[in-house]
Design a protein around this ligand. Structure first.
Ligand SMILES: [Zn+2]
Ligand SMILES: [Zn+2]
Length: 394
């Protein structure tokens, strides 16, 4: 498994992704590079140093000063052998005991390509900073094989803007302890790519219902009531997309879902370089675990959509509703979140997070318990074909 540190070809400084320009910037000489240029550098290296990129096992990591964009091998903490194929093996379907074992083994130390210090990470970390020299490192092996994301939304809001938005937010709230927005605290504001599953499906649905209309009138001394019964049938195709689910167990669920929704139309093909200068986590929730809940949720939406097309009656009783999934797709994506955690004196944790694309804030702040409502992940909801079969007066 390789550690990638993107280095500037002009001065050997670190290259980080810049949300403002959507390019890659050297923080020392201020050169900027496009994604294509970054890719080309990596390929050059691959041609020169095939062994380093392939990540030979059991070999000690090379010395601290390596070549630009140097890739180095991981070194397991327990001193065991690191097998390149192991990551994929612990993917969906692995047995419980093996998963436990894999998780333990995944807590590995990497050698920082800049200073040679050890970077110890947990099993889901995919991009981080060297604790000693603050060099950004991308643990590319963590996002390979079954864990290679399909798409990513790169950060659009940089740290400066994120800090300003955070300050605007806390200043608009009352009774927040000063400690919450002390300088040292604000510096902990981190840009993290969190893993999510995005689900889309097409369902064929039918609904049978009975509609009633009642008319009351009076003629002389007699009151008449007329009840008309209608058999109502609906048949249609429901297309549903962008149902977004958090794919990290340890993430504060509210934090990860409170920042939804994202404009998923702006997703990009995944590229490791986007992670440089940020933190990133890979998923530890598989889609199989989410499938029952997702299936239930989409059927409820589908039913509601069909029901909403029945109007013009004073009463409606649904007799039956059938929804069959015709097509479905799951995408594994990394989405940008700015986040800050605060531990209050009473030991309680407070979370602040902000959508790194739209700036939408989700906060659970000291004293102010009002929560920003969680908006579900469903963004687009369309009925493609809908036609009335019945509506007949019985
Ligand atoms: Zn430079
Ligand atoms: Zn370092």
């Amino acid at each position: 498994m390789a550690v990638i540190s993107y280095k500037c070809p002009n001065c050997d400084g670190e290259l980080v992704f810049s949300p403002a320009t959507q390019n890659f910037k050297c923080e020392y000489c201020m050169s900027t590079f496009s994604r294509e240029e970054l890719e080309a550098m990596k390929q050059d290296l691959a041609a020169e140093e095939p062994e380093a990129v392939a990540g030979q096992t059991g070999e000690q990591a090379k010395g601290p000063q390596s070549e630009p964009a140097g890739a180095q091998e991981e070194k397991p903490v327990d001193g065991g052998q690191a097998e390149p194929g192991r990551e994929a093996e612990s993917a969906p379907g692995a047995s419980g005991s093996r998963e436990g074992q894999a998780e333990q083994e995944e807590a590995v130390a990497y050698t920082c390509p800049s200073c040679g210090a050890q970077i110890v990470t947990d099993g889901t970390t995919a991009a981080t900073f060297c604790y000693y020299c603050h060099n950004p490192v991308v643990l590319s092996g963590r996002l390979s094989g079954a864990y290679l994301p399909d798409k990513v939304i790169p950060f659009a809001i940089d740290k400066k803007q994120a800090t300003q938005k955070f300050l605007d937010y806390v200043h608009s709230k009352k009774f927040i302890p000063r400690a919450f927005f002390r300088k040292q605290q604000i510096e902990k504001l981190s840009g993290v790519y969190f893993p999510y599953w995005v689900y889309a499906c097409t369902m064929d649905g039918t609904m049978d219902a009975q509609g009633t209309n009642i008319r009351v009138w009076r003629s002389g001394e007699t009151e008449y009531t007329e009840t008309k019964y209608y058999q109502v049938e609906r048949e249609g195709t429901v297309e549903l997309s962008d149902l977004t689910k958090n794919a990290l167990k340890e993430a504060n669920q509210k934090l990860a879902e409170g920042v939804l929704p994202y404009d998923l139309a702006k997703m990009e093909e995944f590229h490791m370089g986007y992670l440089s200068g940020f933190l990133a986590q890979r998923r530890d929730v598989e889609r199989e675990e989410l499938a029952p809940e997702v299936s239930q949720e989409v059927k409820e939406y589908g039913r509601q959509l069909l029901r909403d097309t029945i109007s013009g009656y004073s009463g409606v009783t649904v007799n039956s509703c059938n929804l069959k999934t015709a097509e479905e797709s799951w995408s594994y994506v990394l989405l940008p979140v700015w986040t800050l955690t605060y531990k209050a004196r009473n030991g309680k944790f407070y979370y602040y997070s902000m959508n790194g694309q739209t700036g939408k804030v989700y906060g659970e702040l000291p004293v102010d318990y009002k929560k920003v409502g969680i908006v579900g992940g469903i963004v687009a909801l369309l009925i493609w074909i809908l036609f009335l079969i019945g509506g007949l007066l019985i």
